[in-house]
Design a binder for this molecule. Structure first.
Ligand SMILES: Cc1cc2nc3c(=O)[nH]c(=O)nc-3n(C[C@H](O)[C@H](O)[C@H](O)COP(=O)(O)O)c2cc1C
Length: 176
C-alpha cells in the first residue's frame, strides 16, 4: 500500500491548515496516511554559525526521513505576512542543508488556507515558484478561502469548494 504524509506549515495547536490537510488526506482512499505536526519536530532557529558549531539537529533529519519514506505529500501552508510561517521556513531551511532536493520528486498536493478571502494564495504562489527547484513535484494545488465560513467539524461545508478539493485529491491519488 502507498504511504502518504500530511502536515501543515504551522505550529498552531488548532491550525486550520492542519485541519484542511487532515481532511484532504481522509479523502485519499487505499493509502496508509500519517499526519505529522511540526510541534513534534522542534528546532532552533536556523543560523549558519549554529550549524557550523553544532551541526544539523536530529529533528531536521527525522522530518526529512518522513518525506523520503513517503510516496506522496499533502501540505497546507499557513500564510504569515504574505509568506511562510516561521516554523515552516525554519524546518525547510534546516532540511535544505541536508538535501537541496528535499521534496524528492514525491507527488505533492499543495494547499493553503486562511480566514481571509484570498485563502493563503500569496504563500501558495511563493511555494509553487520555489519547490520545483527543490525536488518539488506539485501535481495539484488548492487555495481554500475564508476557512471559518467554509469548514466545520473536520469537513468542508461549501459544496462547490468540496467538489473542487475532491478533484484535486483525485489528481494527487492518480499520481501516486
Ligand atoms: C503574524 C501573522 C501574520 C499573518 N499574516 C497573514 C497574511 O498575510 N495573510 C492571511 O491570509 N492571513 C494572515 N494571518 C492569519 C492567518 O492566516 C491565521 O492565523 C491562520 O489561522 C494561520 O493558519 P494556521 O491556523 O494553520 O496556523 C496572519 C497571522 C499571524 C499570526
Amino acid at each position: 500500500m502507498k504511504k502518504i504524509i500530511a502536515f501543515a506549515g504551522s505550529n498552531s495547536k488548532v491550525s486550520i491548515n492542519k485541519q484542511l490537510a487532515t481532511y484532504a488526506a481522509s479523502l485519499v482512499e487505499d493509502v496508509e496516511t500519517t499526519i505529522l505536526d511540526l510541534n513534534d519536530f522542534e528546532l532552533p532557529v536556523y543560523g549558519i554559525d549554529l550549524e557550523e558549531d553544532k551541526g544539523i539537529p536530529d529533528n531536521a533529519q527525522k522530518f526529512l526521513d518522513n518525506i523520503k519514506s513517503s510516496d506522496g505529500i499533502i501540505l497546507s501552508l499557513a500564510e504569515h505576512n504574505g509568506a511562510y510561517a516561521t516554523v515552516f521556513k525554519n524546518i525547510f531551511d534546516w532540511m535544505s542543508r541536508i538535501d537541496g532536493k528535499l521534496w524528492s520528486e514525491n507527488p505533492m498536493l499543495l494547499m493553503a488556507t486562511s480566514p481571509g478571502a484570498r485563502g493563503g494564495a500569496t504563500v501558495l504562489e511563493i511555494a509553487k515558484g520555489r519547490f520545483p527547484y527543490m525536488g518539488g513535484n506539485i501535481v495539484a494545488d488548492f487555495s481554500f478561502p475564508s476557512f471559518f465560513d467554509n469548514f466545520s467539524d473536520g469537513k468542508i461545508t461549501n459544496e462547490d469548494l468540496n467538489t473542487a478539493l475532491k478533484e484535486k485529491v483525485n489528481v494527487f491519488k492518480d499520481s501516486l
